[in-house]
Every structure is written in structure tokens, then in C-alpha cells.
Design a protein around this ligand. Structure first.
Ligand SMILES: [Zn+2]
Length: 244
């Protein structure tokens, strides 16, 4: 009888040790992988005037992020994902959206995609702390109601999380981030280049091919310069290339 109590206490602590392996921040981890910490400073969001290009973008971003968070809290994963993707498209630098997308994919059991979003979140968080977001940085800081997490702690927690899925963070490819407002500009440049190519290269080439195949009556068309030469000539009058 006197022995039972110490044995029970020993087993209790042995159980504790086994079921709760030592971690740097056991409570920090639960807080870290929560969606609640991404609720925006709503008082500030409400005060952003809805005129002017940048401000409008931030309003659209804030509305989508908040709607996504509510969808997430009710377990509507697909809906949450759609809102988060919209928020991410409007303001790519905001790393929180990548984190939230990782959480959604994790909930859906897609650990591979979750890992890629965690990686892109970490890359952006690093850029944020290194001061690369000169314009976005201060806005992110003031909008984040729970403050901004430190990079090393975030990396360590995600590394542990992925190790639990048998994944190595270093070998995960991040999700590609669209370059935000630069995207339309890129599209214009690509279309412009395509148009210029068609206009200055492709169309003259096609016209030349047409002329070579359909020379005027009694003439042949030089493949080199496009000159129409009389059938009797053995070489081009303009560039002196022999007839082919
Ligand atoms: Zn010629």
C-alpha cells in the first residue's frame, strides 16, 4: 500500500516525459500554428481611406484575409483558400497569407503543398526582417495585431513540424509568388514583344515566302533579297546570288 503511491507518481511522470517530449516552446508552438494570430488590427483597417490605388488594394487585401479567417474558423477550407489566394494576389509581400494557406492545406491533409507555402512564408518573413520591404514592411508591422514573429523561432518550429511529416525544410521548393502589380506590366511587355516579332519579323517572312512561291509571270523571286528577276537571268540582279 505504501509502495503504490510512489510507483503511481513515478509512472505519471514517466508518462508525461514520453507523451510530451521536451521542446523549446511547447506553448509557443500551439500559438504559432494558430490562425487567430493573423487577425488584422481592425481599428487601423477601418481608418484606411478607400481612395487612391494603394489604399484600395490594402482594403481589398484586408477584406479577403478577414473573410478567409472566418471561413477557416468554421472549417470551410475551400472557401478560406479562395479568400487567402485573392489576398495573396493583391499583396504578395504579406507573409501571413502564405502561412494561412499552409495551415489550410495541412487541414486538408496535403502536407506537400502545405510545406511549400510554409517555405514561401519563411522566405518572405526573412525578407521582411532584412528590411527588403521598404514600403510594405511598416504597413505589415502596424496591421499585425499580434506583432510580427522572429524568423529563427518561426523557422525552427516549421522545421520540426515538417520533420514530423518526414520532410526536410531545406529540400522544399517554395510556392511561386506572382510579382503583384508588376504582373500586368510583364504581360504587356510579353504581348508587346510578341506583336513586335509578328510585325517586324514574321509577317515580312511570310510575305517573302508567298512571293517566292507565286512569282510574277516570267519572273523568279530571289530567296535572299526578294527581288523579282526575269526567268532568263541565272543570277539575282540585286544581290548576285545564283538562281536556286
Ligand atoms: Zn537577290
Amino acid at each position: 500500500m505504501s509502495l503504490r503511491r510512489p510507483v503511481f507518481i513515478f509512472l505519471f511522470f514517466a508518462f508525461l516525459t514520453v507523451s510530451f517530449p521536451r521542446e523549446a516552446f511547447p506553448d509557443g508552438e500551439r500559438d504559432f500554428f494558430s490562425f487567430e494570430r493573423f487577425f488584422l488590427n481592425q481599428g487601423l483597417v477601418d481608418r484606411i481611406p478607400a481612395d487612391g490605388r494603394t489604399q484600395t488594394d490594402i482594403n481589398i487585401f484586408a477584406a479577403n484575409l478577414t473573410d478567409g479567417l472566418y471561413a477557416f474558423s468554421s472549417g470551410r477550407w475551400e472557401e478560406a483558400k479562395a479568400f487567402f489566394l485573392k489576398a495573396r494576389g493583391v499583396w504578395p509581400e504579406y507573409f501571413g497569407t502564405d502561412f494561412l494557406l499552409a495551415l489550410v492545406y495541412e487541414k486538408e491533409g496535403d502536407h506537400g503543398t502545405a510545406a511549400r507555402y510554409y517555405k514561401s512564408y519563411l522566405n518572405k518573413l526573412k525578407d521582411f526582417h532584412s528590411g527588403r520591404y521598404r514600403i510594405s514592411g511598416p504597413i505589415i508591422r502596424s496591421l499585425s495585431a499580434s506583432g510580427v514573429e522572429a524568423y529563427p523561432a518561426a523557422r525552427q518550429l516549421i522545421e520540426q513540424r515538417l520533420a514530423g511529416y518526414g520532410m526536410d525544410l531545406d529540400r522544399v521548393r517554395p510556392v511561386i509568388t506572382p510579382p503583384g502589380f508588376l504582373m500586368p506590366l510583364t504581360v504587356v511587355l510579353i504581348l508587346g514583344a510578341g506583336y513586335a516579332f509578328a510585325h517586324f519579323r514574321l509577317l515580312p517572312y511570310l510575305r517573302m515566302q508567298h512571293r517566292i512561291k507565286n512569282p510574277p509571270e516570267g519572273f523568279w523571286v530571289c530567296r535572299n533579297c526578294g527581288r523579282a528577276n526575269p526567268d532568263l537571268d541565272k543570277e539575282c540582279e540585286r544581290c548576285r546570288r545564283p538562281r536556286h
